[in-house]
Design a protein around this ligand. Structure first.
Ligand code: HEC
Length: 161
C-alpha cells in the first residue's frame, strides 16, 4: 500500500516535470518571440514609412538624389522581408494591439504576392530615379505608394486610430 502510494507520487512528479519541460519554457519562448516579431514588423514597416517621407521630400525639392536613391533601396530591400515578420497567427486575433487582419494567413499567397509587387514597384522607382526624369520619378512614387504599400494595406491592415 505504502509503496504503491509512493509510486503514484513519483509518477505524478515525473508527469509534472515532463509537462513543464514540454509546455512551460515553450510558452515563455512563444510569448517572448511574439513581442520580438511585433517589434521587427514595426521596425520594418516604419523604416519604409521613413523612406517614403524622404522620397516625398525629394519630390518637393528637399534632399539629394542620392538620399532618394537610398530611400528607394531601403524599400526594395525591405519588401522581400515582409513575409518573414508575419509568422502564423500573429494578427489581431492573437494580439489586440496588432493591426494585421487574420485573413493574411488564409490568403498567404496573395499576401506574399503583395510583398513581391512592392519589390517590383521599388525597382521601378530606382530605375526612374536613375533616369533623372522628374515626371517618371513622380509617377513611380505615386504608383508605389498607392499600389505597393496601399495595395496590401487596403486588404490586410485594419488601421486603428
Ligand atoms: C504585403 C503587405 C504589406 C505591404 C506591401 C506594406 N505593408 Fe505596411 N503594414 C502591413 C500590415 C499587415 C500592417 C499592420 C502590422 C501590425 O500592426 O500587426 C502594416 C503596418 C504598417 C505601418 C505601421 C507600423 C507600426 O508599427 O506602427 C507602417 C508605417 C507601414 N505599414 C508602412 C508601409 C509602407 C510605407 C509600405 C510601402 C513602402 C508598406 N507598409 C507596405 C502590410 C504591408
Amino acid at each position: 500500500m505504502r509503496i504503491s502510494k509512493l509510486k503514484w507520487a513519483a509518477v505524478w512528479a515525473f508527469a509534472f516535470v515532463v509537462a513543464f519541460a514540454a509546455f512551460g519554457p515553450e510558452r515563455v519562448a512563444m510569448a517572448d518571440g511574439h513581442g520580438k516579431v511585433m517589434e521587427e514588423r514595426s521596425k520594418l514597416m516604419k523604416g519604409m514609412g521613413g523612406a517614403m517621407r524622404t522620397l516625398k521630400g525629394y519630390l518637393e525639392g528637399r534632399g539629394s538624389a542620392e538620399e532618394a536613391g537610398e530611400a528607394a533601396a531601403v524599400i526594395a530591400a525591405a519588401a522581400p522581408k515582409i513575409p518573414d515578420v508575419f509568422p502564423p497567427d500573429t494578427g489581431m486575433g492573437a494580439d489586440p494591439k496588432s493591426e494585421t487582419k487574420d485573413v493574411v494567413w488564409e490568403k498567404w499567397d496573395d499576401f506574399t504576392a503583395a510583398s513581391a509587387l512592392l519589390a517590383d514597384k521599388a525597382a521601378a522607382l530606382k530605375t526612374a530615379l536613375a533616369s533623372g526624369d522628374a515626371g517618371a520619378v513622380g509617377a513611380a512614387f505615386g504608383d508605389l505608394g498607392k499600389n505597393g504599400c496601399g495595395g496590401c494595406h487596403r486588404v490586410f491592415r485594419e488601421k486603428r486610430n
